[in-house]
Design a protein around this ligand. Structure first.
Ligand code: FPP
Length: 251
């Protein structure tokens, strides 16, 4: 169950997070520092994404969630929005076959309404083609916002109550969690944000209740396997208590 912040099962390697989620920040600053257009930063961001998908699998991560377009990114200039949508189209068209043959299952979370029909078709195709893959789950958060996701879940529960199908007393954290975008995906163990900013920016706020947060100073286009390993090493040094007591000292 995704919202139960259950510790890793006994005997599993707790030093490697099952689920890593990444806020891929800093493409624009990476480009500006080099006198390049922001679009070039995003393009290099997709290259970093390819590296990191491979690295995550090699390191034993089973779920990788990436924040590719937030509900709030609509406030950017239309040209930049067009660039980001173009990159998503190209990423799926060019990389889907490789992802599939590498055993990657693609999942998409976020609001589909309001997206152009061809984007919806591509997202559906990616999910359908890779449905049976099990090596790595790549969860693409696209047109995603955590507040919107939680509000949507609340709306569905309210509708069930209004239709007489649900007792309001049955609404607890587990019930709400079941109406989030991907309830079967475990909560992220580790959330990484690049570029030095230290906030969640409306990303997986429900699911992050017990996630370890690691903020790295480098911009996303420079992120690579070594940077992922280093973030995972930092994660492995943390003591996760999930609201309980320390395992050894009991304090
Ligand atoms: C943040 O950098 C990054 C984004 C808003 C988009 C992330 C997108 C990619 C890495 C490429 C597209 C991904 C796919 C799957 C097609 P920023 O623009 O906010 O950088 P800044 O804070 O330095 O301006």
């Amino acid at each position: 169950m995704p919202n139960a912040a259950a510790p890793a099962p006994e005997g599993s390697d707790r030093s490697v997070p099952l689920h890593v989620a990444i806020i891929m920040d800093g493409n624009g600053r990476w480009a500006a520092a080099r006198g390049l257009p922001r679009a070039e930063g995003h393009r290099r961001g997709v290259e970093a994404l390819r590296r990191v998908v491979r690295a995550a699998h090699e390191l034993g991560v089973l779920y990788l969630t990436i924040f590719s377009f937030s509900s709030e990114n609509w406030s950017r200039p239309a040209t930049e929005i067009g660039d980001l949508f173009g990159l998503l189209r190209r990423f799926i068209r060019n990389d889907l076959a490789t992802l599939h043959s590498d055993g990657v299952r693609v999942r998409v979370i976020g609001e589909r309404e309001g997206l152009e029909p061809d984007i919806c078709t591509l997202l559906n195709e990616a999910e359908e083609l890779t449905r049976a893959n099990t090596k790595l789950n790549l969860v693409v958060a696209f047109n995603y916002g955590s507040r919107q996701e939680i509000a949507g879940a609340a709306q569905r529960l309210a509708r069930e109550v209004a239709e007489g199908k649900r007792d309001p007393a049955s609404i607890d954290a587990d019930a709400l969690g079941q109406y989030l975008d991907a309830p079967e995906i475990p909560d992220p163990d580790l959330i990484i944000r690049t570029s030095g900013e230290q906030r969640l920016s409306n990303f997986l706020m429900w699911q992050a209740a017990y996630s370890e947060l690691v903020f790295v100073p480098i911009h996303w286009p420079d992120f690579d396997k070594a940077a992922l390993e280093s973030a995972i090493a930092e994660y492995a040094r943390r003591e996760r208590r999930f609201g309980g007591l320390a395992a050894k000292t009991g304090s």
